[in-house]
Write a protein that binds this ligand. Structure first.
Ligand code: GTP
Length: 253
């Protein structure tokens, strides 16, 4: 049974900061956001977690293996090096959607995203070391079948972008409402989905749904592990099996 530990990362009072004392140059904000994401991804990734950029001012991480001291160190390090600070909410559960909802609630209870007095809050609980298991995380790595042949080498770059984003939008909604899963676009034509215990039938159904709704053909490799890295790495190997064998769903555990 999965036990996903999810961390919501929220930049404190970021909206007001972007326009104080007057609107800041957009390129500078884009640079700040992408560097902050890169730093958090590296910090969490070095401890075998995954971080997703989502809206950049709010990011979502799968943090099994990181304790509250690790989270506090991330806050301290960012606070020392950036003009902004981070609040973090952490929660665990068999449903990734519910865990993220609980993590969000903890940050919201500490104060508004635009409350100038809420800084560096750290709320929540983690999966304790003695309670971690090899099937705590289930990750599905989706990609578009032959995106290069069907889109990248055929359409102009913006129309390719629209097609890929349509596939992502349909999949993320479907996986959230039908299968309690969190989907994140990770670049190219790839979508990483953090799942509860799902089986082959659910993935077949999701691929069929996206094909029917927006005519984008997906394949998926699924893995399990003690950390996001372990599960995600198994999923990548499973996806390689799809590519080699021409199959649409491969589970590796
Ligand atoms: N984040 C991430 N991006 C990837 C990964 N693999 C491929 N990509 C991205 O996806 C793009 C397309 O590569 P592929 O998915 O291998 O190509 P494809 O044409 O869809 O071919 P098939 O997947 O074999 O059907 C690449 O340019 C990368 O941007 C991955 O493991 N992680």
């Amino acid at each position: 049974m999965t036990n996903t530990q999810v961390t919501l990362v929220q930049i404190d009072n970021y909206g007001p900061w972007t326009v104080t004392p007057e609107p800041r140059r957009e390129a500078d904000l884009q640079t700040l956001q992408s560097r902050l994401y890169a730093d958090i991804s590296q910090f969490v990734g070095n401890r075998d977690g995954y971080t997703f950029f989502t809206r950049f001012d709010n990011m979502v991480a799968v943090t099994n293996g990181l304790d509250l001291e690790d989270h506090a160190l991330l806050q301290e390090s960012v606070g020392n090096r950036y003009p902004v600070t981070l609040s973090l909410g952490v929660a665990t559960g068999t449903s990734p959607v519910q865990a993220l909802a609980d993590a969000t609630e903890r940050v919201q209870e500490a104060g508004s995203a635009q409350d100038k007095d809420r800084r560096e809050c750290l709320e929540g609980r983690v999966v304790e070391d003695g309670h971690r298991a090899d099937d705590d995380i289930q990750i599905a790595h989706f990609d578009v079948v032959d995106a290069t042949g069907n889109y990248t080498d055929e359409l102009n770059a913006f129309d390719t972008f629209i097609e890929i984003e349509q596939g992502y939008a349909e999949l993320m909604r479907h996986m959230r409402y039908a299968h309690d899963s969190l989907s994140f676009f990770v670049g190219g034509d790839n979508i990483i989905v953090v799942c509860p215990d799902l089986g082959e039938a659910e993935y077949e159904e999701a691929i069929h749904h996206v094909q029917e709704a927006v005519d984008v053909e997906l394949q998926v490799g699924v893995g399990r592990g003690k950390s996001a890295h372990d599960a995600g790495f198994a999923a990548k190997h499973a996806l390689e099996t799809c590519r080699a064998d021409g199959t649409r769903v491969e589970l590796e555990w």
